[in-house]
Design a protein around this ligand. Structure first.
Ligand code: FES
Length: 124
């Protein structure tokens, strides 16, 4: 079994999910077995304005542990990430980052701001 611990930069309580990557997809948005797929499929919300189609940055997450357990980022994902607020060297798009190790112990951080939230705070 793999695990994902979800830490929220805004101080919301952490969540821990245990899952079998072989059971993917867990729902219909994002790549099967991606962070977005696993979270939504286990009742944990993650912004995903484009429906998990690698066309926005609202699903931006920071991989704090286990970044080598994921699929490689595509050029399109890298290009989009360049526009994500709070980009880090281990940033990924949650809908594209697929967990490939069945025993992975992943820790992710959900950043405080996404483009959606930045727009909302500006009243746009
Ligand atoms: S949900 Fe839009 S890129 Fe992931």
């Amino acid at each position: 079994m793999a695990t994902i611990r979800v830490i929220y930069e805004n101080g919301s309580p952490e969540r821990l999910i245990e899952f079998d990557p072989a059971d993917a997809p867990f729902q219909h948005d994002g790549e099967p077995g991606s962070v977005l797929d696993v979270l939504l499929g286990h009742g944990i919300h993650l912004e995903h304005a484009c429906g998990g189609n690698c066309a926005c940055t609202t699903c931006h997450v920071i991989i704090r542990q286990g970044s080598n357990k994921f699929s490689q980022a595509s050029e399109q994902e890298e290009d989009l990430l360049d526009r994500a607020p709070g980009l880090t060297p281990t940033s990924r798009l949650g809908c594209q980052a697929v967990i490939e190790d069945p025993d992975a112990e992943i820790v992710i951080v959900v950043p405080r701001y996404t483009i959606n939230q930045v727009s909302e705070s500006r009243g746009e």
